[in-house]
Design a protein around this ligand. Structure first.
Ligand SMILES: [Zn+2]
Length: 362
């Protein structure tokens, strides 16, 4: 989808009524491209006004993010220094996530799978759902496993903390979004995205078609961060995501822009859990603050930090500890994810009503 000139900027002009900004009717948008629309029809990516940024900032608690990261650091420290699949560190991380979700009223479940031929690794992901008022499913995913070389707190304790915190805060608001929001904590990512791959593979065609979008959160607290959003519409010369991914990109970019952050595009290059969703034709997007890549001069001018150095010098190493995470970056990414979740998941909840608290609204 191309960027639409008709999409209003709502952040400085909060609507009195929660309004649909635009709707991407997938097949309708594919003029002449009906081949891609055969089989089950997919509900459209519907974008509503994001909540007021100041309201989101109030809701997202930095101390809670720190608490989540401490739990993952402790899980690694008590189990040989990592949280890889099928280790005590992974189990302890999983138990923490499940306990947090249960305390918030979710019913988390483990989705088991195995990978590897010679010595199969028995692994699992954790899934937890909100209720919904439609048949659509919006998945927020972050991989829970680390590499064996280190505790994996930026990669990807940061993404897990962000997704978990959105889950906990939405539950606290206590009402039902339009789309079922499914929080996914993937196992098997570092070994080749096996958890997300298994998840998508076991969906029926009908279930696949019910997935309105996938939002990937993998490394969102990089110490020398740049702010990347997946290039859903391919407008930046990269391969576009499935139809509808452009709308997702726009949501993330708009939320960040309202905070003065000019996010950069990053391509879907088969290196994280979005891959299976993209290949299944599910509109996808997500946030990323950089791994072992090198920050450019231009990026340093835009985002600060050190040009010519890695976004995360501790990527996949023992020093990817809690001290490796830029908490301010993680907080901003979590707020951005929260805004996008409300915007894409539907606003029939109290959290989103914060979007319409302009004087006289109601
Ligand atoms: Zn990762």
């Amino acid at each position: 989808m191309r960027r639409s000139e008709s999409v209003p900027q709502r952040f400085h002009n909060h609507p009195h009524h929660r309004t649909r900004l635009w709707t991407v009717a997938l097949c309708a948008a594919l003029a002449g491209g009906l081949a891609a629309c055969s089989g089950e029809s997919r509900p459209p990516v519907t974008v509503e006004a994001p909540p007021d940024p100041s309201f989101v900032q109030e809701v997202v608690e930095p101390s809670a993010l720190t608490r989540h990261l401490e739990a993952f650091q402790d899980a690694a420290d008590a189990n040989g220094g990592n949280r890889a699949d099928a280790t005590g560190g992974y189990e302890a991380s999983a138990a923490y996530v499940e306990e947090q979700l249960r305390a918030a009223g979710y019913e988390p479940r483990r989705q088991e799978f195995s990978y590897g031929r010679r010595n199969p690794v028995e692994a699992f992901s954790i899934l937890a759902d909100t209720g919904s008022s439609s048949d659509g499913v919006l998945v927020l995913g972050a991989h829970l496993d680390s590499v064996e070389e280190g505790p994996g707190i930026n990669d990807n304790g940061s993404g897990v903390a962000a997704v978990l915190e959105v889950a906990l805060r939405l539950a606290e608001e206590g009402s039902v979004p339009r789309e079922r929001i499914r929080f996914a904590f993937w196992g098997g990512e570092e070994g080749g995205m096996h958890g997300s791959d298994y998840y998508v593979e076991q969906l029926s065609r009908k279930e696949t078609a019910a997935h309105v979008a996938y939002l990937n959160v993998d490394m969102v607290g990089s110490p020398n961060a740049a702010f990347f959003v997946f290039d859903g519409d391919g407008s930046d010369g990269m391969e576009a995501g499935p139809e509808g991914s452009g709308a997702i990109e726009r949501v993330f970019r708009d939320i960040l822009q309202a905070e003065g952050v000019q996010a950069l595009p990053v391509g879907f290059i088969e290196d994280s859990d979005y891959d299976a969703f993209v290949k299944a034709g599910i509109p996808s997007g997500g946030l990323f603050t950089g791994d072992a890549g090198t920050k450019s001069e231009a990026e340093a001018r835009t985002f600060g930090g050190q040009a010519g150095e890695q976004y995360d010098e501790c990527y996949h190493q023992a020093c990817d500890t809690i001290d490796n995470v830029d908490m301010a970056v993680l907080e901003q990414m979590t707020e951005t994810l929260m805004g996008a979740t409300v915007s894409l998941g539907g606003t029939e909840n109290d959290l989103a009503k914060g979007a319409a608290t302009e004087e006289g609204a109601g």
